[in-house]
Design a protein around this ligand. Structure first.
Ligand code: MFK
Length: 561
């Protein structure tokens, strides 16, 4: 009988093992800050490969349960979560995963510092990054719009480092009509003295064990459409832990993110307080979306990095046809392509975080603000898709083992799949790109400026790739001019390839810039190679696809002629 056994992949310290993360932080941190934060990141990298992984496995093994009634028949609607899930809440508080964004100890760089920590935490957290995303989004929204002392107190809870004081927040936008068409929100807000009472059903509410939520509702008599919606703050449970005039109808059975409670909720007179005055609820909650979309993009690249770490380790261990996988050229090519994709996505996401930090501190130029508005949906939609593709490729790189549940590997794919759905699907966010450009026609010029600035220092064997990126940026500008300002079927049909092209051009420029920044270090040649590979592929496809769109409709039998 054969004594052959396969050796499982092992995770090393996830900070020390990540040359790209280290090189990026070394290049971008203000003087003195890198030396200060590196030991802390190193410690987090250790926990990501040990303590947190164990908790994540426990949280996945004990998914949340809904207890609708107590033993005496009283309706209690309690969602029970695992001890491990609750431990993540304490960890998040103590490590200041949200708080750091508001303490701003390192000025505008604080957001980068915070997200670097979350980058290590997210893939070992059983999606605890989701409640943190919404809490951070709610904190920013309340920081800008809090209307009373109750809301200011909530902000203090969201940004507390004391586990006994720390709160998480939900962001409830989705109703039965769907998550994309928010203007159809049917929850009604009835005035009740200084506050309101909400009546309606929220179809998806994630992290439903949170202490508070921000949600949209239409005050009685308000206009139809999204402008008539207002933003509301509510607290989910009373002092004895019972829901405040709301019922948890059921927990959702999801493809992935199984440790995360996601529920359907009926609001039946839930007390709520208006945030930031009446109306324009969608515009107000967009502040939350900017943050949660950044977290989504971060979770996507962090998931790609985790997949990469696992496949690289496995490729060194796994012997096939007498040689480890790392000695099989085709396998190496496959992994190299994944690594290039990860590097581009990583730099794209962290550029968004840099701009977020600058904007929040009032240090962003007008151009930076436009670029942030544009790149937030772009980074979210692009990395969401790439995370799914990378997870799928990673599973394949393990062969049959990747398809077997108790290896833990299928979770890579299940958890990645949600990233292109929640917080706006790929297509909804592609259309958001046109919304951003329509709102401010200078947006693409601002992006082209950003790309040119990133390429300023490109020289030597990066000069050719830089010229390609400049040319691609010009074509983005042409496409924007052709379509901007007027909605049309043709414009909608190209929204996704256009958004992808923005991601590819921007990431190409960022890769070249990073290769230049770290040219004298050991990772420099690797980044330069990644930049060349990234840029050698098509950056901007032909976008004038009106005829193709009509042909596609005909092929699908959807033409109305
Ligand atoms: C690990 C990471 C985890 C992340 C957390 C996951 C938690 C999961 C919880 C959820 O899934 S919550 C649900 C998430 N839902 C969405 O993301 C909604 C997706 N749909 C959209 O984004 C639609 O584009 C949108 C609902 C915004 C369309 O709404 P409208 O009302 O039809 O859009 P309209 O009329 O164009 O915009 C209304 C206002 O909002 C406008 O401002 P004005 O009133 O000043 O004209 C817009 O400019 C503004 N706006 C819309 N999108 C914006 C924005 N402003 C800034 N940024 C944006 N992205």
């Amino acid at each position: 009988m054969s004594a052959f056994h396969q050796s499982p992949p092992m995770l090393a310290n996830q900070y020390r093992d990540d040359a790209l993360l280290r090189s990026y932080l070394r290049c971008t941190a203000p003087a003195g800050v890198f030396a200060e934060i590196e030991p802390e990141l190193d410690a987090l990298g250790e926990r990501a490969a040990g303590e947190w992984l164990v908790l994540a496995a426990q949280a996945e093994a004990e998914p949340p349960q809904l207890v609708s009634y107590d033993a005496w028949g009283n309706r209690i609607d309690r969602i029970e979560t695992s001890e491990a899930w609750r431990a993540f809440e304490r960890i998040a508080a103590r490590d200041g995963f949200v708080a750091r964004g508001y303490e701003r100890a390192h000025g505008a760089f604080s957001r980068v510092d915070q997200f670097a920590r979350l980058y290590l935490f997210a893939p070992s957290s059983a999606t605890y990054s989701c409640p943190l995303a919404m809490s951070d989004g709610a904190a920013r929204c309340l920081e800008l719009l809090a209307s009373d002392e109750r809301q200011r107190a909530a902000l203090r809870h969201l940004t507390s480092r004391d586990p006994a004081q720390f709160w998480t927040a939900g962001q409830w936008m989705t109703e039965r009509t769907g998550g994309s068409d928010v203007s159809g929100t049917s929850t009604v807000a009835t005035r009740d003295g200084p506050r309101f009472r909400l009546f309606g059903t929220k179809w998806f509410t994630s992290a439903t064990t949170s202490q508070m939520a921000l949600t949209l509702a239409r005050p009685e008599g308000a206009d139809p459409g999204s402008r008539g919606l207002s933003l509301f703050y509510l607290e989910l449970r009373d002092d004895v832990g019972l829901p405040r005039a709301m019922r948890v109808l059921r927990l959702k059975e999801k493809l992935g993110t199984r440790a995360l409670p996601t529920a359907e909720i009926e609001l039946d007179g839930t007390p709520a307080w208006m945030v930031g005055g009446e109306g324009h609820g969608v515009r107000k909650i967009a502040t939350v979306l900017t943050i949660t979309r950044a977290y989504n993009a971060l979770a996507a690249v962090a998931g790609m990095r985790r997949a990469m770490a696992l496949v690289l380790d496995y490729a060194r261990r796994r012997i096939v046809l007498g040689r480890p996988l790392v000695e099989h050229p085709l396998h190496v090519e496959t992994l190299a392509a994944m690594q290039v994709e990860l590097a581009g996505c990583f730099l794209l996401v962290f550029r968004v975080i840099e701009l977020l930090g600058l904007t929040e501190l009032g240090q962003a130029s007008e151009r930076d603000a436009l670029v942030l508005r544009l790149l937030t949906p772009v980074a979210k939609l692009y990395t969401g898709k790439r995370a799914v593709a990378t997870a799928s490729e990673a599973i394949e790189a393990f062969g049959g083992a990747g398809y077997i549940e108790d290896t833990g590997l299928p979770r890579l794919l299940r958890d990645a799949q949600v990233l292109s759905i929640w917080e706006g699907t790929t297509n909804v966010l592609s259309l958001d790109v046109w919304r951003a450009i329509d709102a401010e026609p200078q947006t693409i010029d601002a992006l082209c400026d950003e790309v040119h600035r990133q390429l300023d220092s490109a020289a030597g064997d990066l000069a050719g790739p830089a010229a390609r990126v400049r040319d691609a940026a010009r074509r983005l500008g042409d496409a924007s001019q052709r379509f901007a300002g007027h909605e049309s079927a043709d414009r909608e049909a190209v929204a996704r390839p256009f958004a992808f092209a923005i991601a590819r051009v921007t990431a190409g420029a960022l890769l070249i810039a990073h290769a230049h920044r770290c040219r004298s270090t050991s990772i420099g040649p690797r980044i330069a190679d990644a930049a060349r590979r990234w840029v050698s592929r098509e950056l901007v496809p032909p976008l004038d696809t009106g005829d193709e769109h009509r042909a596609a409709s005909r092929r699908l039998g959807l033409d109305t002629d």
